[in-house]
Design a protein around this ligand. Structure first.
Ligand code: PRP
Length: 180
């Protein structure tokens, strides 16, 4: 039913499984004995963060912030809103920020600055997708699943008007869907 709106698959379910396995293993090595605080930026992080942490064989803590920048359109607005803040302190914690995508980089830039100000011991970014061609601020994620071209994609957490987040893969939406 959802598949008919997708022009082509960019990152398949199998590729996502491989990515999360590889990244989970790497994070487990890098954060062994560090009890990292894995922070998800809602809502896009949900599927990826879920799969990623289930591939991490170490003790960790999870927390969430609801941050948004797109406000329903197909381009990031640059106006970052925190509609739900963390309910725990990041002071002296090793933070892993998980994202579905890094596009302009604005969201993470703001959040990283905020968490530094709040005293996090280290902050690194784990993202499923990186779209470097979209970058408007300097931001280099430490853990990247795969690099994608400058196209509007949906699925595995990424939405168009809140829809398609539940697709089990990442795909390019047919232009007629957002040109309607
Ligand atoms: C998306 C995505 C990232 C951000 C990336 O979130 O989940 O958080 O945009 O864009 P940027 O690098 O240009 O800042 P969105 O604001 O759409 O909120 P959502 O996670 O609820 O979909």
């Amino acid at each position: 039913m959802l598949e008919k709106d997708i022009e082509r698959i960019l990152v398949s379910s199998d590729e996502i499984n491989e990515i999360t396995k590889r990244m989970g293993k790497q994070l487990s090595e890098d954060y062994k004995d560090k009890f990292p605080l894995v922070i998800g930026l809602l809502k896009g992080c949900v599927p990826f963060m879920g799969t990623l942490v289930s591939n991490m064989d170490i003790h960790l803590e999870m927390a969430f912030m609801d941050v948004s920048s797109y406000h329903g359109g197909i381009e990031s607005s640059g106006d970052i809103k925190i509609s739900m803040d963390l309910n725990i302190s990041v002071k002296d914690r090793h933070v892993i920020l998980t994202e579905d995508i890094v596009d302009t980089g604005r969201t993470l830039k703001v959040i990283i600055e905020l968490l530094k100000y709040r005293g996090a011991k280290s902050i690194k970014v784990a993202t499923l997708l990186d779209k470097p061609a979209g970058r408007v601020v300097e931001l280099v994620p430490e853990y990247v699943g795969t690099i994608i071209p400058k196209e509007f994609v949906v699925g595995y957490g990424l939405d168009y008007e809140e829809k398609y987040r539940n697709l089990p893969y990442v795909g390019v939406l047919k232009p007629e869907i957002y040109n309607k």
